[in-house]
Design a protein around this ligand. Structure first.
Ligand code: MD3
Ligand code: FE
Length: 203
């Protein structure tokens, strides 16, 4: 169930299933404190994906650009802490993929309602490029687009289901990637949505 995707990238199918109930129970209180919001890109586009964060730093976007911030701009408060079962899963996944020193400061929480998508992009706002990004897929399935080092490189389509965990490190870290529009459906635990957690070491 551990498949190498590319040099530095590994899919751990279903790794989150063993603790899925603890993981999902931690989501509602966190979202009560830092609600999902649709960020606006520096180019003025409202993102179809709704986002929130937990951890010491959160990823935010507005007319000034993309950056990490310790304060939730909507509430003026620090982001909630990363819930213990989330951190345990992220550390376990990173260790299995060969990153025993992973120490994430940020967890971006993406919510996709049917039709929401993420266009091809690179994650360039982290400075600690020797550490991976760990992503956890929950709820409705999605098709992940995994591209190359240039936007125009051909993309690979990777289906991601509830409970799948992917570790993106090494040479995979800066590759272009995106998510195709999520198809309508109802997940027994999450309803009409997909939630993706991405754990990042920023500095
Ligand atoms: C591959 N999120 O938040 S997670 C993002 O499903 C993002 O919500 C997607 O891309 C989602 O920036 C994909 C998987 C992921 C995250 C970062 C990567 C894959 C990556 C960085 C480099 C290569
Ligand atoms: Fe990304």
């Amino acid at each position: 169930w551990a498949e190498p995707l590319a040099p530095g990238a590994m899919v751990l199918r279903g790794l989150a299933l063993a603790t899925q109930h603890e993981i999902l129970a931690a989501l509602a209180p966190l979202i009560a404190r830092a609600p999902f919001r649709h960020l606006v890109t520096p180019g003025g586009h409202r993102m179809s994906v709704a986002m929130s964060n937990c951890g010491h730093l959160g990823w935010v976007s507005d007319a000034r650009g993309y950056r990490y911030s310790g304060i939730d701009p909507d509430s003026g408060l620090p982001w909630p802490a990363i819930p213990a079962p989330w951190l345990a899963l992220a550390l376990d996944a990173a260790r299995r993929a060969g990153f025993p020193d992973f120490d994430p400061q940020a967890c971006l929480i993406n919510r996709y309602q049917p039709g929401a998508r993420l266009t091809l992009h690179q994650d360039r706002n982290e400075h600690q490029l020797t550490q991976p990004i760990v992503s956890v897929s929950l709820g409705l399935p999605a098709v992940f687009l995994f591209g190359g080092d240039r936007r125009e490189d051909k993309t690979q389509r990777i289906p991601l289901a509830h409970g799948d965990v992917v570790v993106w490190g090494g040479p995979a870290r800066m590759r272009y990637h995106g998510v195709l529009p999520v198809k309508p459906g109802v997940h027994p635990l999450l309803g009409e949505c997909r939630v993706n957690l991405t754990f990042r070491q920023v500095t």
